[in-house]
Design a protein around this ligand. Structure first.
Ligand code: SF4
Ligand code: SF4
Length: 373
């Protein structure tokens, strides 16, 4: 496998869930700067943003690119050509210019075709985007190109066979999805390894789900190491997978950053006892059936009813995973009644944007029936 990075921690800083100011929307750039400094001081170099992460490229420009020399870090961003993001080929081609302008980065070390799956991969072909990224590399605007991916191992095999020149792949790998039939973390990692493609891991804690697992899972972990956080188990699991170059963690505050660095500064793969604890946990979680939403929010931008879909699913998981219906109802009624699940008009926009392929409309109906009592 080619080494695309050197002298770099295996932990990457995912810039999708940056800290927010009190209004809940604006990125807290000052806190982001402190986190960037802490990350770099501890040996971190890899930063991951995307054209469609609201405000993230601009904040990355302010907190990182304008403050550090360009050769001291690796920066990844993504071109998204899905219908919910751009209307035409011209719009897709323009994204790199806008990304460069927002970050002030001069070039990107890693440039990804974003969130490929069987529903949108044809559009990336039709727009000639594989040739386009090759051209960007020749022009020196990017160093390496690859893609992020949300589908089954067969689809991954198909894309790599068509584009053997891809230099790396970004995959959703976490212990909860390891044997999941839809996400297929184990199988997609095996496909990448077969083709010798370095793996960048996204969603190692599944949008935060594995950072606060149910009590029975916590009990298993704390019997082995009472001081280790649940997130540390999830991130170390992902970083222990063969072929993994970087694990992205979408850190939102300094506490998460300090926790992540405490075990990734001097990373040790899971040992045999820890691996068998994870197997036990996978078995428990497979029976609990939480909604596998990662909180990416791609679904919310075009919702005509402004429904906070991921927040509703988080609350539903209080009921589905922790079996705490009174708490779920009270949380829902406090926070969600301005745009409740029952206000969904079933336009389907959210479902076409969801990389997890969730049946959002049906899940919202379930939420309305369960929580709007
Ligand atoms: S289907 Fe419902 S939740 Fe989805 S975008 Fe349309 S109104 Fe919003
Ligand atoms: S429902 Fe899908 S698109 Fe929306 S936040 Fe969850 S995973 Fe992301």
């Amino acid at each position: 496998m080619t080494d695309l990075i050197s002298n770099c921690s295996k932990l990457g800083f995912g810039m999708m869930r940056l800290p927010r100011l009190e209004d809940g929307n604006t990125i807290d750039v000052e806190q982001t700067k402190e986190m960037v400094d802490r990350f770099i001081k501890a040996g971190g170099k890899y930063f991951d943003t995307a054209f469609i992460y609201d405000g993230s490229e601009e904040a990355t420009g302010k907190a990182l690119c304008s403050r550090y020399s360009r050769d001291s870090y690796y920066l990844a961003t993504k071109l998204n050509a899905s219908a919910f993001c751009c209307k035409s080929r011209e719009e897709a081609l323009k994204e790199i210019e806008i990304s460069l302008q927002r970050t002030g980065a001069e070039y990107f070390d890693f440039y990804l075709l974003h969130a490929l799956d069987h529903t949108n991969m044809g559009r990336y072909e039709e727009f000639g985007l594989w040739d386009f990224v090759k051209e960007l590399k020749e022009r020196g605007l990017i160093r390496h190109y690859g893609f992020s991916f949300h589908d089954t191992a067969d689809v991954l095999e198909e894309i790599i066979s068509k584009h053997p020149d891809a230099e790396f792949v970004q995959l959703q790998i976490n212990y909860n999805d390891w044997e999941d039939e839809g996400i297929q973390s184990r199988k997609i990692a095996e496909v990448a390894n077969k083709h010798g493609l370095p793996i960048i891991v996204m969603e190692p804690v599944k949008g935060g789900l594995l950072a606060s697992p149910p009590q029975q899972v916590r009990d298993i972990f704390s019997k082995i190491d009472p001081d280790a956080s649940p997130a540390s188990w999830a991130i170390r699991f992902a970083a222990s997978v063969e072929g993994v170059m970087v694990v992205l963690s979408g850190m939102s505050n300094m506490e998460q950053m300090n926790d992540n660095m405490s075990y990734m500064e001097d990373f040790k793969p899971l040992n045999a006892i820890e691996k068998s604890a994870i197997e036990e946990v996978i078995d428990i979680l497979s029976k609990l059936k939480g909604i596998p939403c990662t909180g990416c929010s791609y679904c919310t931008a075009g919702c005509p009813m402004e429904i906070a879909i991921p927040d509703i699913f988080t609350i539903m998981n209080m009921y589905r995973i922790n079996n705490d219906l009174p708490k779920a109802i009270s949380e829902y009624q406090d926070r969600m009644m301005e745009a409740p699940a029952s206000s969904c008009v079933e336009c389907g926009q959210c479902e076409s944007a969801c990389p997890q392929h969730l049946s959002i409309i049906e899940l919202l109906k379930e939420a309305a029936a369960t929580l709007e009592k």
